[in-house]
Design a protein around this ligand. Structure first.
Ligand code: MV4
Length: 447
């Protein structure tokens, strides 16, 4: 059994993990950068160690420093949260080498799913539906154009190591293809140091639907239903909900079962997400597998009553899943709004600063996952997300109402936030009808 866990992260997810450990009587070690001396995670953990300067590369991304700190404090395991080192196979190998348990899947699996093109091929082999496209990597525009003509326009050009929209371009026709290919490839080389590309048929205005799965090392896999994450801007999700308002009970079951099948096919362990694109006709395609706990995991926790972080820790200790699929019932509707310190009016520019006054709402079915407090100064070096509001109610209409009144009660003074923008979306008739796709924000707000 773990006695002590080092949390290799910051912000609200570090706080979330500390809380789960406390409930499980596991000691916590926070690591913090020089900019995070006053951060909430630094204050809440049993022990806190400064691991370097503010720049992420010098602190939260510093693998050697992270491992040596874990060894020095006698941690049994490291929880990586999301971002930072959470999907770095070399870091997982380093943990294995020094016999510190990495709370997540194996380095081999992270590596395999990190290559999006290879992941697709693996899933195709397992009978999972994928977007038609190239199976072999493409490097040259001329060679790629031949493939594009075979697949048919419009075409999505993607970086093999991409994900999250980087190194991704649409080519509407043959004339656009070569220039777009070069732009995407250049972006990929800059971002990932790799120019391996692949092509897909372009799916017009899809919904982003992802299924939460949880697996132990004995081949048991359960799902916690799906989340609709279509409300996003420039590949940054803003609102997530469960269940997806567009799914029939039948389609919901097919997608969830498909996700479990995908996880079993690759021998997955720990928490993971299978991302699908859902097109207008109700056809769905595997896109990517995320091999980490995700920002939006609370939405699934609220509809299932299941603690994903606790279960991650349990299965990482070699325990069996604490539940079978039949034990999981998905009840009601949950919605999450991400609160960012940013200015929607000025191109969502990050707006760090000091929180002069703060009121966080609560009440029946309201959950706040946050890392801020009155008087806290948000440092400029990290992600601008400062809090997540999650509400749960009996049905979607009630959950939307609850989110609206929760946003009305929330006060954050001293900094710019996206609060009003979130409020606007929640009140939009199309959002309220569940009528939206991934282009919702760009088409309704022109951003
Ligand atoms: C697509 C697509 C349409 N067709 N692939 C964006 C991020 C990356 N994970 C995959 N993405 C997309 N891939 C094909 N073949 C549309 C998107 C996409 C998108 C996907 C999910 C959520 C928001 C999105 C916003 C724009 C484009």
């Amino acid at each position: 059994m773990f006695r002590k866990i080092l949390i290799a992260n910051r912000g609200e997810i570090a706080v979330r993990i500390i809380r789960a450990c406390r409930e499980m009587n596991i000691r916590t070690v926070a690591v913090y950068s020089e900019a995070d001396r006053e951060a909430l995670h630094t204050q809440l953990a049993d022990e806190s160690i400064c691991i370097g300067p503010a720049q992420p590369s010098e602190s939260y991304l510093n693998m050697e420093r992270m491992i040596s700190t874990a060894i020095a404090v006698g941690a049994d395991a490291i929880h990586p949260g999301f971002g930072f080192l959470s999907e770095n196979p070399r870091f997982v190998e380093l943990c294995e080498k020094y016999q510190i348990v990495f709370i997540g899947p194996t380095s081999e699996l992270i590596q395999k799913m990190g290559n999006k093109s290879e992941a697709k091929n693996t899933m195709k082999q397992a009978g999972i539906p994928i977007v038609p496209g190239t199976e072999e990597p493409v490097y040259l525009a001329e060679e790629a154009l031949k493939e594009a003509k075979r697949i048919g326009f419009p075409i999505m050009i993607k970086a093999a190591l991409g994900g999250g929209g980087k190194g991704m371009r649409i080519a509407r026709d043959e004339a656009e293809f070569s220039p777009q290919f070069h732009i995407a490839q250049e972006e990929s080389l800059n971002a990932f140091g790799d120019d391996t590309m692949y092509l897909e048929r372009y799916i017009q205005d899809p919904r982003h639907v992802e299924v939460q799965i949880m697996a132990d090392r004995y081949g048991n896999v359960v799902h916690l239903g799906e989340r609709d994450c279509s409300i996003q801007r420039r590949h940054q999700k803003m609102i997530e909900e469960s269940p997806c308002p567009a799914l029939s009970l039948e389609l919901r079951k097919v997608m969830s079962d498909t996700a479990v099948c995908a996880a079993k096919a690759v021998g997955y362990e720990n928490a993971g997400t299978i991302e699908f694109l859902l097109d207008k006709s109700g056809e769905f395609f595997f896109m990517e597998m995320n091999t980490r706990i995700q920002v939006e995991h609370p939405v699934s926790e609220m509809v299932s009553g299941f603690d994903l972080i606790r279960e991650q820790i349990r299965v990482a200790q070699g325990m069996r899943l604490s539940v079978e699929q039949a034990d999981i019932s998905l009840r009601g509707h949950a919605i999450e709004c991400r609160i960012n310190a940013e200015d929607p009016v000025h191109n969502f520019m990050p707006c760090p600063g000091t929180i002069e006054n703060l009121h966080l709402p609560g009440g029946n079915g309201v959950r706040m996952d946050s890392a801020v407090y009155k008087g806290y100064s948000i440092p400029p070096y990290y992600d601008s997300m400062i809090a997540k509001i999650i509400v749960h109610d009996r049905d979607r209409e009630s959950a939307v109402k609850k989110m609206i009144s929760t946003l009305e009660e929330l006060r954050i003074d001293g900094i710019q936030t996206n609060l009003e923008f979130q409020y606007d979306i929640l009140n939009h008739p199309d959002f309220q009808k569940g009528k939206f796709t991934t282009d919702f924000i760009s088409s309704h707000y022109g951003m």
